[in-house]
Design a protein. Structure first.
Length: 332
């Protein structure tokens, strides 16, 4: 059976993408239900392709890094010669909506980083990682959601980066259990914390201050990302607002746990998501009537040597200056 909206790719292939999103990206899937069917399928195909790459990396403890690198190479090759159902659905979606390949390749590069790097010294380094594994997803879905304004791509990447930072903060305890620590070592030192103590699950007053700072950083990224929402079509605007608002509420849950992310995993229930929709709808209406003004300067906030203080520093953009391999990329 073929769908009238699915082109040459059978329904079953898109349904496989949908099942992956429903099982692994509940908030993403919840938000996608606000889209017309064709857009939803393209968004879920994008998610599924990225999720399979992530699952390959997650299997490294059992399969080994060498085997996972080969699997990532094989998965990247599906971009050129797709045979897997998810890759075929993703290829059709890319062609239909003009999704560029460069951020997809950047995502694969980011996944490889998880096989080689277990600590990040600075926010710039972590920002690069977050861009590659999640900011790229924002660049992929932007054209599907109706973005035709190139200047809004920076905010599309910011939303992905904000969500990835949220994941990192939520999963500090889970990552520590396998010896992984994503929080920038410079930030850890600035707040008087100890990396080994965090890995051991210690979470005193200094750790709470560190987490408060990181939560504020994530919220600043969400706020910046909202400036790009008016550049989407009306379905894209509401869907993105739902995803952004619901995912950012994980930060509220982290605060409600008093930043103890070692014993309880912060999350929003389905009931909480439905209860949030009236407020999100009101925000959508307000944003439609009074669109936010784009910022003229992009600022990131980094800790000073005095915990609790912050300074505005250099402008940033979605085309991030890579501290590992300085270069600039263009998207089109």
């Amino acid at each position: 059976m073929r769908s009238e909206t699915a082109g040459s790719v059978p329904d079953a292939m898109y349904l496989e993408c949908e099942a992956i999103a429903r099982n692994h990206g509940r908030t993403f899937y919840f938000a996608s239900r606000c889209l017309p069917r064709r857009q939803q399928r393209a968004v879920l195909a994008t998610y599924a392709y990225c999720r399979i790459a992530d699952d390959i990396v997650d299997a490294a403890p059992e399969r080994g890094a060498k085997e996972c690198r080969q699997s990532l190479d094989d998965w990247a090759a599906q971009l050129e010669t797709p045979t897997h159902p998810v890759a075929l659905a993703f290829a059709e979606s890319r062609e239909r909506y003009g999704v560029p390949l460069t951020p997809v390749h950047d995502l694969i590069t980011g996944m490889r980083m998880d096989l080689d790097i277990r600590r990040y010294q600075t926010w710039d380094e972590l920002h690069t990682y977050c861009y590659r594994v999640a900011g790229t997803v924002g660049l992929m879905v932007a054209p599907i959601l109706g973005c035709r304004n190139e200047s809004a791509l920076a905010q599309a990447a910011d939303l992905g980066i904000a969500m990835q930072l949220t994941n990192i903060l939520r999963d500090v305890g889970e990552d520590a259990s396998i010896g992984r620590l994503y929080l920038p070592l410079d930030d850890i030192a600035a707040f008087g914390c100890d990396a080994e103590a965090i890995l051991a699950g210690e979470h005193g007053a200094k750790f709470r201050e560190l987490m408060q700072f990181q939560v504020a950083r994530a919220r600043a990224l969400y706020a910046e990302a909202q400036l790009g929402i008016p550049s989407l079509d009306r379905y894209g605007r509401f869907t993105t607002l739902v995803a952004s608002e619901l995912y950012s509420r994980i930060l509220d849950c982290i605060e409600a746990l008093d930043y103890d992310v070692f014993r309880t995993r912060a999350h929003c229930t389905t009931r909480q998501k439905f209860l949030a929709l009236p407020g999100i709808s009101a925000t959508f209406l307000r944003m439609s009537l009074f669109p936010p003004r784009p910022s003229t300067a992009r600022l990131t906030v980094l800790p000073t040597t005095h915990p609790g203080e912050a300074i505005a520093t250099k402008p940033i953009s979605a085309i991030h200056a890579d501290p590992f391999q300085p270069e600039r990329r263009t998207y089109g």
